[in-house]
Design a protein around this ligand. Sequence first.
Ligand code: HEM
Length: 547
Amino acid sequence: MMQPGTPGTDCTFADGANVLRTNIEQIYGGYPSRDGCPLATGEITDIADGTMFIGLQRYANEYGSPYKLCFGPKSFLVISDPIQAKHILRDANSMYDKGILAEILKPIMGKGLIPADPVTWSVRRRAIVPAFHKAWLNHMVGLFGYCNQGLIDSLYEASAKNDAPAGQSGGKIEMEEKFCSVALDIIGLSVFNYEFGSVTKESPVIKAVYSALVEAEHRSMTPAPYWDLPLANELVPRLRKFNSDLQLLDGVLTDLINRAKSSRQVDDIEELEKRDYANVKDPSLLRFLVDMRGADIDNKQLRDDLMTMLIAGHETTAAVLTWALFELTKHPDKLAKVQNEIDTVIGDRTPTYDDIKSMQYLRLVVAETLRLYPEPPLLIRRCRTENVLPKGGGREATVIRGMDIFLSLYNLHHDERFWPEPNEFIPERWETKYVNPDVPEWAGYDPEKWMNTNLYPNEVASDFAYLPFGGGPRKCVGDEFATLEATVTLAMVLRRFKFEFDSSKLAESKVDIMKHPEDLEHPVGMRTGATIHTRKGLHMVIKKREM
Ligand code: HEM
């Protein structure tokens, strides 16, 4: 009989007994334990205050990579080294699965790519990746412009209000929420041809999407899966509400799937990739998945694929937009450089695919934002087969079967050994290949080579020191889509508006500075969910830009 956790089987290592035994071995099986990793000790408040990734960074500075963290009977290895990240994500990928994350997300995403078991994952990944082909992405740039028009109109409305606090002039607006809305509108139209129109209105369906997102985040931050307890779904009001919202959303998705299936036109992938999108009524990704020859998949799988894309592709992009605007507002010289580029390349036009490629500085702003604020800041894995983690710049370790892993993108992206002035927002670092000239030899990473290959910042160019979209076989399928989306949105908004921080809200957002010295750098504060949020929104004063 196959054992749970054997690579290539369709299990996700959900056998609790094994996991518990591993954890008991880790903690109580003698110290130092068999894995050879130090145990980080500290206060639970170091990591339980809403910015867990910052607490994990402090420990990494003290203990190196990997170190072990225990919460009661649960323990995690925290990885902050590029060579070890490459091992887990790429070289030994089949020895790891999504572990606890899959358990948490399964009730929401079913067998979608993120929580899927290995067999389903490889079938669906092969079906979904071709849907993000060049002609489609090209067409999507126009769709991003269309969806942004609603955002621009609502920003004009806000800028005309003149209700800024004393000492400032302009209208007040909360931009994190606005970016969330436009990202939802974009994902709705592009993935399943559904017009949420959330920038301008509220609806039960929009509320249901947010409820699913909030619940997904809440679950990923909750140590005990109370939703699995008998009768919990009937008795706990938040679960009752969540289940009824999910039902509503499922109804909408099923309806869209049925409609797409009833007008199915079967084609080969090559034919689908040659589609003249300018004359296609429904250019959505759902249409592609339904029309693909040999793709007679059941409604449930399609529903899971769509729900996964909706959740994975919405908040991540909204967070990048939020932090890019935040950093540019903090750095007026860099904002001026971006606006100058936008004025020169597109002016008042809606950007095209070629325009985006020409706005090199704006694209580097997006890359640098993702370095400072990786979304998500931590990747989660569980070891399926015992294996040896290479030393890299840390220590060699044995990863015992069942061990849960936090791979900290935040630590990698703020590592001074690679990124001089790691906490500074310097988009130019990517132009001048401003990496540390003394990058250690073990990293196998050659700044000279990088300088000459002129690669856009990614995990390959940086040899896994910069992983905004992950790496290896589980790398994000929407990386180019998201980069284009963020660039179009920023170009359209920054061309037309000027922003300042709303001074009356900054003090409100600040928390205890002694406990959160980083808030000096982050006057709006940071809070983790699945992505990095502001503490209380990005409150801005907005004015029309004079041109
Ligand atoms: C996976 C980041 C946008 C769909 C991932 C992963 C990262 C990531 C880091 C790897 C997770 C892991 O290894 O555990 C981002 C960021 C985005 C973004 C920063 C925006 C700036 C999108 C969009 C879509 C999308 C727009 C879809 C339209 C997915 C899916 C996966 C994924 C389906 C799972 C892939 C798999 O397991 O095979 N994303 N993502 N993402 N992303 Fe994205």
